[in-house]
Design a protein around this ligand. Sequence first.
Ligand SMILES: [Fe+2]
Length: 311
Amino acid sequence: MSWISVSDFQHPNGWRNSRSSAERAQWYCQQLEQGQILFFSTLPFALPEGQQEFLRSQHQVASQKQKNISYRPAVDKLRGVRQTSSAELSRFQEIMREYSRQVTQFLTEFLTPYTKHWTVDLASLRLLEEEGRDLPLHQRNDLLHVDAFPTRPTQGGRILRVFTNINLDRPRVWNTTDRFEALAQRFAHAAGLPQLAVQESSLVRKFRRQVNRLASAMGTRTVNRSPYDHFMLRFHNYLKESTNFQRECAKICLAFPPQATWIVFTDAVPHAVLSGQFALEQTYIVPLKALLLPDQAPIRILERLCGRRLS
Ligand SMILES: [Fe+2]
């Protein structure tokens, strides 16, 4: 398996004007939830070349904590940009704001079932060459992993990401392997699922939720991680730490050409970025209630494996 090419996008009428666009949106959502990657060979939203050129000319702060330049649409805030003039900064912010808006508008039509309940999370600009990047083990992009956010737990919601390669002439190269369910069946036990499932009795869960409610009522910022979020962080790290898995698992190499856009649930599709420079990405958190196939969500797969609730 490689990806599903959304080729009808190039049809003069495209998917937008199709009479069955609601059915198509459902079909694409189901494909994504089953671990497919949706691929567009050309940009499915507006991002003029002048804006792409501006983004390629930018620089990010040299920091291992800040892997990319990030843009938070909810508060219109850009992070990780190396100091520049206020005019440049303001143009940068304007372009990222517009990029985020355009992608979201496109997905609102393309993946309609999600839009009522999703959270528009961070967007990012990935300026650095991925090949040979010097990062701590758990932050390395070139090792196969599924995504989990240390500071933004999803409580079982899924991580949907839209990537666009804005490199002028080089592909962005990924490796992928078996999907989450197969990996969980093989490795979840060793990665600590049974211990986490036991630790969280219903009494503990009730107490944790009360503490979180109290903290949020008091305006305190806490990282409210469910057992699911704890496990997904462990699993992310476990896969990166496992030299056997990294070396021996079956791999499929995908080369995303310049101007390609691809959409994927990165919490269930393992990925490693082998090479490539200049990419844009926008993340959405899709809660369980918005999914068409909630039983395929990693939280439900893990709950079946351990026989307990993890929310
Ligand atoms: Fe990732």
